[in-house]
Design a protein around this ligand. Structure first.
Ligand code: DHB
Ligand code: FE
Length: 302
């Protein structure tokens, strides 16, 4: 079919709409259908290929992997870059870089004041202490800022999704103290891989890509009057550090992992050798006319 014939068909489909419905939805769906019609024509997509794709999406949805797919196909990172651009256009500089949330946050983690222990005490893996301060753009501490943290265990698995772990293992909400300081004790995470038998891996195989992420720790950091920060830090030295299947590694999010021991661990109840990460979070002030940094999506809740 030539473009004219395709456009005529699209026109007919769009003309079947009444003035009811949601104008924004109409605009977006009509555009996506147009782009897909063009794709099918240009690439001569066969009916078998079309139905294979549709069935694939249905199965990916049923197995709860659409969030993984969004990360793996780069959509989640793309949305981050667009938020960055909106802030840059508004003349905003600085602030801790954002990076993807991923699909594995669980709401409702226990709240600790100032310091938290994330591991259950018999968690394999090296001891990790991470600490720092939450400040505003002016460098002033944000007393009482909320630091929500979650990460994978020594097998790259997340509690809640991995039913073998206790509830909220390696997940906490930490209320920063009056000086904006937070700290936590945990174990050093290892990298995550998408489920090897899952729908995401099936597509990645077809694309000649892997489904690995470097070891990382997730954060939501929030304080009244400030844009919510969604970010991660990566564990330096991981073989996938700059080869993340979700494209989430960013400059400024790879802090040094220091070797520490002895008295340094005392404030955190740690004896012997441990890894120490110092990392400060800088939040941007709320401003009018910016797209929200608080993303609405369906999240697990326990
Ligand atoms: C995925 C998993 C993660 O742990 C993460 O941080 C981001 C994405 C995923 O499976 O898509
Ligand atoms: Fe993750």
């Amino acid at each position: 079919m030539n473009r004219q014939a395709i456009d005529a068909l699209l026109g007919k489909i769009n003309a079947s709409a009444t003035s009811e419905g949601n104008p924004r939805t109409k605009t977006i769906v009509n555009r996506i259908v147009q782009d897909l019609f063009y794709t099918i024509e240009d690439l001569d997509v066969t009916p078998d290929e079309f139905w294979t794709a549709l069935n694939y999406l249905a199965e990916a949805g049923q197995s709860g992997e659409l969030g993984l797919l969004a990360a793996g196909l780069g959509f989640e990172h793309f949305l981050d870059v667009r938020l960055d651009e909106a802030e840059a256009k508004a003349g905003i500089e600085g602030g801790t870089p954002r990076t993807i949330e991923g699909p594995l946050y669980v709401a409702g983690a226990p709240l600790s004041e100032g310091h938290a222990r994330l591991d259950n005490g018999n968690e394999p893996g090296g001891t990790l202490v991470m600490r720092g301060r939450v400040t505003g753009e002016d460098g002033k501490p944000l007393a009482g800022a909320l630091v929500e943290v979650w990460h994978a265990n020594h097998l790259g698995n997340y509690s809640y999704f991995d039913k073998s772990q206790p509830a909220f293992n390696l997940r906490r909400s930490i209320r920063a103290d009056a000086n904006g300081n937070y700290s936590f004790r945990s174990v050093v995470p290892v990298g995550y891989s998408v489920p090897p038998q899952g729908k995401t891996q099936q597509l990645l195989d077809q694309l000649g890509r892997h489904g690995h992420r470097p070891a990382h720790i997730h954060f939501f950091v929030s304080a009244p009057g400030h844009r919510k920060l969604t970010t991660q830090i990566n564990i330096d030295g991981d073989p996938y550090l700059w080869d993340d299947f979700a494209f989430a590694t960013r400059d400024g999010l790879v802090p040094a992992v220091k070797k520490a021991e002895g008295a340094e661990g005392k404030p955190y109840g740690v004896e012997g050798n441990f890894s120490l990460i110092d990392f400060d979070f800088t939040l941007l002030k709320d401003r009018a006319n910016l797209p929200s940094a608080e993303v609405e999506r369906i999240r697990a809740e326990a």
